[in-house]
Design a protein. Structure first.
Length: 228
């Protein structure tokens, strides 16, 4: 079994080899998620990404490669690099003590549309409706409306990623995200796994994550491609 440190260097790859292997689509040693679930791809050998990218784009119009420091190669006659997102990986050191004062609800299948709408309102681009199938999602409601959510995304036998941390613009600065992250982190710890999260460099939420006990451990970059 690959150890935690090795898995965290290529989290998409190892998620698709373990917990999420039922979602894997593979082309010549390059692995992708089923695009209905998530449009992330992973690799070890960047020389193989050119043909694999062309094959995957028969299933979707856009996708991301996720890598710590390798640069994927593409067929520029067919694919355009829209942007490279310089990101970082954060791993929990020790969870800070956070008072949970809100009613946090485990969200079931009936909330798929509400989660999707909220995530795309605040943070469009990453989330598919069936991303819900990757892990548990938790939410906070106000007046019967879902206003804040946090979920679990990539995961293996060793780690689970905290993701989709979003709050409706009308309900920010109330500590909702802080409580949801703490709650989701505790749920991961109860499974005896390591909580991790990913964000872009310079994200204003990084100080919050650090206060909760997360530490920046490495770069983790996203290359967004689409059909030409």
């Amino acid at each position: 079994m690959t150890d935690l440190e090795q898995q965290l260097k290529n989290p998409v790859w190892h998620s698709l080899k373990e917990t999420h292997k039922k979602f894997a689509v593979e082309f010549d040693g390059v692995q992708f998620y089923n695009p209905e679930i998530c449009t992330f791809g992973s690799f070890f050998d960047e020389t193989k990404t050119l043909e694999a990218s062309n094959a995957y784009l028969k299933l979707t119009d856009t996708f991301f490669y996720v890598s710590e420091n390798q640069n994927p190669t593409i067929d520029e006659t067919k694919i355009i690099l829209e942007k490279k997102i310089e990101g970082c990986q954060m791993v929990l050191n020790e969870l800070s003590d956070v008072a949970i004062t809100e009613d946090i609800v485990l969200l079931d299948e009936t909330f798929v549309d509400e989660i999707y709408d909220l995530v795309w309102l605040v943070m469009p681009g990453y989330y598919q409706k069936r991303t819900f199938d990757m892990g548990q999602y938790f939410g906070i409601f106000k007046n019967g409306k879902l206003v804040s959510v946090t979920g679990q995304r990539m995961q293996t036998n060793h780690f689970i990623e905290v993701s989709a941390v979003v709050t409706h613009p009308d309900h920010t600065r109330k500590g909702l995200a802080k409580q949801l992250i703490a709650h989701t982190t505790k749920e991961i710890l109860e499974e005896n796994k390591t909580p991790v999260l990913h964000t872009n460099k310079g994200n204003l939420a990084i100080p919050l994550y650090e206060k909760l006990g997360y530490e920046v451990t490495r770069e983790m970059n996203w290359w967004l491609y689409h059909k030409k």
